[in-house]
Design a protein around this ligand. Sequence first.
Ligand code: ATP
Length: 238
Amino acid sequence: MTNVLDIINASVPGRLTDVSLRLGSGTMAGLVGPNGSGKSTLLQVASGLLPASGEVRWGGQQLPHIPILERGRRTAWVPQEARFEFGFTVRSVVAQGRYAHGDDNQGVDEALARLDLTALADRPVNHLSGGERQRVLLARAIATGAPLQLWDEPLAALDPRHALEILLLGNKHTRAGGTLLFSLHDLRMAYILDIVVVLHKGRLRAAGVPSKVLTPDLLLEVFGVRSEITPSLSFALP
Ligand SMILES: Nc1ncnc2c1ncn2[C@@H]1O[C@H](COP(=O)(O)OP(=O)(O)OP(=O)(O)O)[C@@H](O)[C@H]1O
């Protein structure tokens, strides 16, 4: 079966070295690694935002051969920092996710509701809290309807309930056949992932099922911590 995402021997000088990664449909993959290990770089390479040597393919097609608008329909990117220069309304920023679909506004209200933003829809985005701005970017990504979702630290600014909702949203997306690759620091959330990808000093150190990959030896070597992974996110939505 054709992979949704193929990264083949990707390198970015000083940032990423010879990384290869393949993800199929229906996969929820988490990207972990210490600060500066290359997570954002890899996500930017995967999304086509950052040129790299090697190759990136979406659905088996080499990225340079995919027209820009088509890319916007197939992939959504959520940056690490939710900063907005202008005071566009929340609704209009989420609706930007439909640009590659001719600004049809389809699914915008649903994305607002899914990210708990309906009550904020008419507020200017530059008057929101950090976590609210993060949810606006996620809503815009969801509104694209793109099967390949690439999110850079989507949980970093979120409170426990919203973080859990995002994980469930990602889970729903992948159970419906989509693919999600996102970076995270809280390894306690790894239990929900199908695959965990570990970067260390710009290189891919390991990739696979979390329970097999996140061993105490690897955690000590890569993160310099003595630890043990147990399913620990013990709260749930009411
Ligand atoms: N714009 C840039 N130009 C040059 N080097 C960069 C740039 N952005 C990041 N780097 C370097 O590339 C390496 C990987 O950075 P990257 O942001 O991908 O790491 P990360 O794993 O996402 O880190 P964090 O967990 O801190 O977000 C680091 O050494 C960093 O200093």
